[in-house]
Structures are given as structure tokens and as C-alpha cells.
Design a protein around this ligand. Sequence first.
Ligand code: NAD
Length: 405
Amino acid sequence: MKVSIVGLGYVGLPIAINAAEKGCAVGGFDIDESKISKLKSGISDSPDVSQNQILSLIAEGKLFFSSDISDHKGSSIYVIAVPTPLEENNIPDLSYLKNACKLLAKVVKHGDLVINESTSYIGTLRNLIKPIIEELSGLLDLGYAVAPERIDPGNEAWNIGNTPRNISGLTDQATNDAVAFYRRFCDSINTLSKPEIAEAAKLFENTFRHINIALVNEFSEIANKFDFSANDAITAAATKPFGFMPFYPSIGVGGHCIPVDPSYLVFSAEQVGVESKFINLANQTNLLMPVKVAKRIQKYLDGNLEGKRIQIAGIAYKTDVPDMRESPAIKLISELENLGAEVFWCDPLVKVFKDSKSQSLNINIDLGLIINPHKEIDLSIWKRAGTKVLDLSSNSEDFGWPKFL
Ligand SMILES: NC(=O)c1ccc[n+]([C@@H]2O[C@H](COP(=O)([O-])OP(=O)(O)OC[C@H]3O[C@@H](n4cnc5c(N)ncnc54)[C@H](O)[C@@H]3O)[C@@H](O)[C@H]2O)c1
């Protein structure tokens, strides 16, 4: 089975590795030439892929990387995993996906299968991907399927192998071919009757999370006024053995999925004349969190942040990843600075962000804020020094300081 993966980011690279480890001949394609040259040396941002894994697969001839699409002509399956962000006005930006389809049209041949893993609005496979490839390639006998990715980078319990995968093709043949591919490295597969259901399920999963996070963030404000932490009440509520699922408050949502995917569902809803009130409300609530949290921190420090030295532990959008996309820490830092604080950060995974750099944990500060307790940050330094610290992380784990949110 010869497979090419189009887009080698947090989603595409682990697919390439898993498929190659299970006997497929895999070509990795990305338009970013610097990424391709790093991958050839085994270097990637993905916490789920090691340099050794990449280098041994290359050495065994099971995996190659190339930014020239014509090198991928020999494949019979093409898996698309490119970014699907939002434009300024929160509408889907499908430029990467369209571009990927245009490139694929140059190399596909009769009977090939195109699988989309990128998250997009309902109907993308049928109404966007298929028409572009068909028109540009002139081939009308290709298979098309969706298999939306659910990877949670850095999650040690759930990975590509043991996370069930929803799959659906535009034809039974396409569904069967896609299932045959994923069965090599996925333990559990759900086949669905049409791709729109798989696309919608992916959007709904992340929207469910987004709305529940907004709900606990609102709850955190209520709890704060009553002088307790929402975390404690949520942990107590979670002792109910049925009908409750705990989500924990945070300074907001980040990454390429939770702040973005719900707007793809809003877009789908608008196409069919439905107003999605919950999603828009959740967006507003989560976006305002850094502003509100900064004010709560100001109140905690006797109402004055002027000249206060604050260090943040972990500025990435989530724990144990170096990913800064949409990280709410960026907004929190600027809000604290607007209120007069001097803010610096420690994040050994991010290292450099724009014009600032990670600094080791400092004990000569007025306040430490734990946002992402990455394994690589040794918080015991603050503990031993008796530094004043607030735990703002959404991890339910106890890091030795009371939860602030
Ligand atoms: N990151 C996650 O945790 C996650 C989880 C599930 C689903 N998704 C979805 O998967 C998709 C990919 O996300 P990601 O996090 O891997 O993004 P990413 O930014 O990490 O990687 C995407 C890669 O695609 C490349 N690319 C862009 N245009 C291309 C083109 N035309 N041809 C080939 N390569 C191209 C980029 O250079 C980049 O390397 C998105 O739709 C995202 O919503 C992401």
C-alpha cells in the first residue's frame, strides 16, 4: 500500500509514522521546505514522534519526505492533513485545503483514494475537495473519504492507535478502501453512512468541549465572588457517578481546534439558515477570560499591579506541547502588562516567542502563575523558596498551591 500524507504537522506526521510502522510505503509531503529538511534529520515538533522513529523508518526505506509533489506520483492513497484556520471575521479559511487539492490533482491517477483528515465544515468532501480534484485532474473515478483526526498531542493514554476513528466515503468502495488503510494502525473504526456525519461529529465533539469550558469559566467567576474556587466545587460535583462530566476552568482556550472548529459549525449552521447561539456565547466567554483573570489577579495583589514582577510557568496553549497557536497566555500577558505589571515567562518547550525568550523559574518575583505545568518545569523551585504562586492551570492535578480559578 503506497500512501502519501499531505501536510506533516501535528496530525499528518503521526499518521505517516503509524502507517509506515504498519507496513505501508509512505511519502510525506509538505509545502514547507524547511520542515521537510528538518524531518529528513528526524526533527519534528510533535511530542508523539521521536527522532529515532523517523530516522529508522527512513533508513529502512519505509518513509521518505519531499516537498516536490511529483515525487508522490506513485501513491494510491493520499491523506490530507493541512491547516483549516479562520479568516479575520471568523469564517473558514480553506485556502490551504484548496491548495492541497490543486497539488493533488497533478499526481492522482485512475482509482486512487483521497482521504481528508483536516477538520472542516459539513459537506467539504463532497462540495469542495471532490469538485476541485475532478475538475483539475479530469479523473472521475477517484475514491473520496473522510476520517477526521482526533489526536490530542502529548496525551499519553489516548493515541492514534487506541482512539476510535470515524470513517465514511462518498461510495461504499471508498469507505472500504479507507477502512482497510486505517485498520492497519487503528484498533477501533466506526463506519458512517455518509461523510457529512463524520465531518459534523468532529465539529460537534470540539464544540461540546468549547461550550463546557465556557460554562465552567463562567462558573469560576460566580465561585470567585462567593470566595471559593470553582475547581473545588467541580471536583465535588464529579463525585456523582452518573450524568456529570468534569471540565475545569482556565484562562481561555487555545490551539488549532477548540477556538476554531466551533466556528466551522456556526458556518455550517448559517448555510442552512440556523443561528447557533450557544457557540457564539461560548466564543465570547472564552475570549474574555484573559481580561477577567488579569483583573482578578490585580485584585488578589491588593488592587495594584504597577511595577509588580510576575512570572508565568508554561505559555503554550496546553501542557506538555510547544504549540503557541491561539494560546490565551499571550492575551493574559498583555492584559497584565496593561495593568502595569512586568511579566516574564518560563516555557522550556516554547523557548522563544516573538521578541521574548523563556527564562528559568525566578524566585525574586511578586507572583508566579502556573498556566501549563509542563513536566520540564521544576515547580519545586518556587515551593522551596516559598514564592507566592497561583495555580491557574486547567489540570485537575494538585501542584501544591490552591486552585485560583
Ligand atoms: N493539532 C491537533 O491537535 C488536531 C487534532 C485533530 C484535528 N486537527 C485538524 O487537522 C488539520 C491539521 O492540523 P495540524 O495541527 O496538523 O496543523 P499543522 O499546522 O501542525 O500542520 C499542517 C501542515 O500542513 C502544511 N501545509 C499547508 N498547506 C499545505 C499544502 N497545500 N500541501 C501540503 N502541506 C501543506 C503546513 O506546512 C504544515 O506543516 C487541521 O484541520 C486541524 O484542525 C488538528
